[in-house]
Design a protein around this ligand. Structure first.
Ligand SMILES: *Cc1c(COP(=O)(O)O)cnc(C)c1O
Ligand SMILES: [Zn+2]
Length: 385
């Protein structure tokens, strides 16, 4: 199982960067960079049958992941989360094929594990001594866990009012926790300064090309779970957008590998009314999102006022003929209760937001009754108590 990583590329200007050196962003375009693979080579050892026959977990896709040395492929059991068919919620609004991709069983109880395992594994590959991350909460917990596993020191910058569970888990994992005044964007400025000072590797969302590769595996798993025929609609709670961009990238790579056809799901980005920079840009037909002032929502993972990958997120939504929709915190709370009491899943507020959005989209017939629809529950509600 060899990685077929060839180079790192800027999606804006097309410039190629050396995959054997640690990379951050494109200095010319201030854009995220994306990993590229030799897919003809990958196809020789990896196909749907081979992937399905391998032991569960995210490393079974190793050929199209960026980690070269097997001994750096650390794991805490992330990935291969269940696709749970809705028994009652879908029916209650006339949807016959509603599913919940439940990410709450990942290590540290959120899908952030998928991205951070990859970033930390690459840090091992590059013999990095210290890692730094600004986080709304869950990414810090995930980084701290994998850094502990890898034996690398981690420094986590989090807003003072981030969920208590996130603050406690970071400390429990032995990482350095720095509480910042303000939002993730303020934590990000502090983190960048400290990273430069101490030569730590900054694994902020999309400021390095590896986390999105881990999130990409959600798209690979969905394809497998739907027998290599993608669903019609994916509803995804969007903060920094790694999951949305990652899945969109996965679909493209799978088509090039010959695993799926050109049919794509419509990607729906859900944000909170108190912080909806992507929704606003989508509605205004813009390809960049403006910074959202005074961001506020209890869905901590959606409190990202200036997503760095705005261009990629908006492009993915539009190419997919998708939508971007904002829901209120009140609707999120009600949705969280409904999912818990009617399906038995205690979703995070971010995950619950997808159900609130789904109801709106079904009501105005943007989603048809027989379409296959995925709600992403990105984390456990237990982390917000
Ligand atoms: C971070 C986070 C999100 C947002 O994910 P992105 O990929 O950054 O858009 C959603 N839900 C939860 C629980 C999160 O922790
Ligand atoms: Zn560029």
């Amino acid at each position: 199982m060899q990685s077929t990583l060839t180079h790192i590329e800027c999606p804006e200007c097309g410039k190629r960067y050396d995959a054997n050196r640690i990379q951050t962003i494109c200095p010319d375009c201030k854009s995220p960079l994306l990993a590229r693979y030799d897919l003809d080579q990958a196809r020789r050892s990896l196909d749907p049958q081979a992937a399905s026959a391998r032991p569960r977990g995210l490393w079974r896709w190793a050929e199209i992941l960026p980690v070269r040395d097997e001994k750096n492929r650390i794991t805490l059991g992330e990935g291969d989360t269940p696709l749970i068919p809705s028994l009652r919620l879908g029916e209650s609004i006339g949807l016959k094929n509603l599913y919940i991709k439940d990410e709450s069983g990942n290590p540290t109880a959120s899908f952030k594990a998928r991205g951070l395992v990859m970033a930390v594994a690459k840090a091992m590959e590059f013999k990095v001594k210290g890692l730094v991350i600004p986080t709304a909460g869950n990414a810090g917990g995930a980084l701290a866990a994998y850094a502990a596993r890898a034996g690398i020191e981690a420094h986590v910058f989090m807003p003072k009012d981030a969920p208590l569970a996130n603050q406690l888990e970071v400390k429990a994992f032995g990482a350095d926790l720095i509480l910042a005044d303000g939002l993730i964007s303020d934590a990000g400025k502090l983190a960048a300064e400290e990273a430069a000072k101490h030569k730590w590797f900054d694994v902020s969302t999309f400021k390095e090309p590896y986390r999105v590769e881990g999130k990409k595996t959600m798209g690979l798993e969905l394809a497998e779970q739907f027998n290599w025929n993608l669903p019609d609609v994916i509803i995804y709670p969007t903060g920094g957008g790694t999951g949305l961009v990652g899945m969109w990238k996965a679909f493209d790579e799978m088509e090039k590998l010959g695993w799926i056809n050109s049919k794509r799901p419509r990607m729906v980005s859900v944000q909170a009314e108190g912080c909806a920079p992507i929704v606003r840009a989508f509605e205004q037909g813009k390809d960049r999102a403006e910074f959202w002032q005074n961001a506020s929502t209890q869905a901590a993972g959606l409190r990202v006022p200036g997503p760095f990958a705005d261009r990629l997120i908006l492009r993915g939504i539009r190419e997919s003929h998708g939508a971007a929709i904002a829901v209120s915190d009140e609707d999120i709370l009600a949705a969280q209760k409904e999912i818990a009491s009617r399906e038995g899943i205690f979703a995070s507020p971010e995950g619950a937001a997808t159900w609130a959005a789904c109801k709106k989209l079904a009501r105005n017939h943007w989603i048809k009754s027989d379409e296959h629809v995925i709600l992403f529950n990105t984390g456990s509600g237990l982390k917000y108590l």
